[in-house]
Write a protein that binds this ligand. Structure first.
Ligand SMILES: O=P(O)(O)OC[C@H]1O[C@H](OP(=O)(O)OP(=O)(O)O)[C@H](O)[C@@H]1O
Ligand SMILES: Nc1ncnc2[nH]cnc12
Length: 126
């Protein structure tokens, strides 16, 4: 399945999931107490490229043990969003594949291998 962080990741992630005929889960920000009774998995990420430490999460039932999860986003910079996504996926007992993004703007190149990240464009090409 594809996991897309709000808000631009929701757009490119949903399109990617539709093209691959796989499921899509949106990873929300400020994932505090919801209005419904659903159980959520939550983690605090960051600091990200704007020095924010935000709470991310999604409803627990959407990602099951054994699912293979690819994060799709428009841009990766510090990797903070990707790291928190990986933690949430692992909290669910699912398998983290990595990140597919449009722009690879990683500030630390070792993360390209560690996360791992595959980008369509390198930020230096823009
Ligand atoms: O690698 P990082 O430092 O974590 O940065 C990458 C994240 O930041 C941007 O989202 P942003 O938080 O700006 O949200 P938006 O899509 O709602 O504008 C981008 O779309 C990624 O999700
Ligand atoms: N979407 C984006 N645009 C510009 N810089 C960014 N850094 C991280 N995400 C970005």
């Amino acid at each position: 399945m594809v996991l897309g962080p709000v808000s631009r990741g929701s757009l490119v992630g949903a399109l990617t999931a539709a093209a691959l005929h796989v499921g899509f889960v949106e990873m929300r920000k400020e994932a505090g107490a919801g209005v419904d009774s659903e159980r959520w998995v939550r983690r605090t990420g960051g600091p990200d490229y704007r020095d924010r430490q935000q709470v991310f999460g999604f409803p627990r039932r959407l990602v099951r043990a054994g699912d293979r999860v690819l994060m799709v986003d428009d841009w990766v910079e510090t990797g903070a969003t990707a790291r928190v996504a990986r933690g949430l996926v692992e909290d669910c007992g699912a398998r983290w594949i990595g990140v597919a993004c449009v722009v690879d703007g990683l500030s630390e190149s070792r993360l390209r291998h560690e996360l791992p990240v595959r980008g369509l464009l390198d930020v230096r090409q823009l």
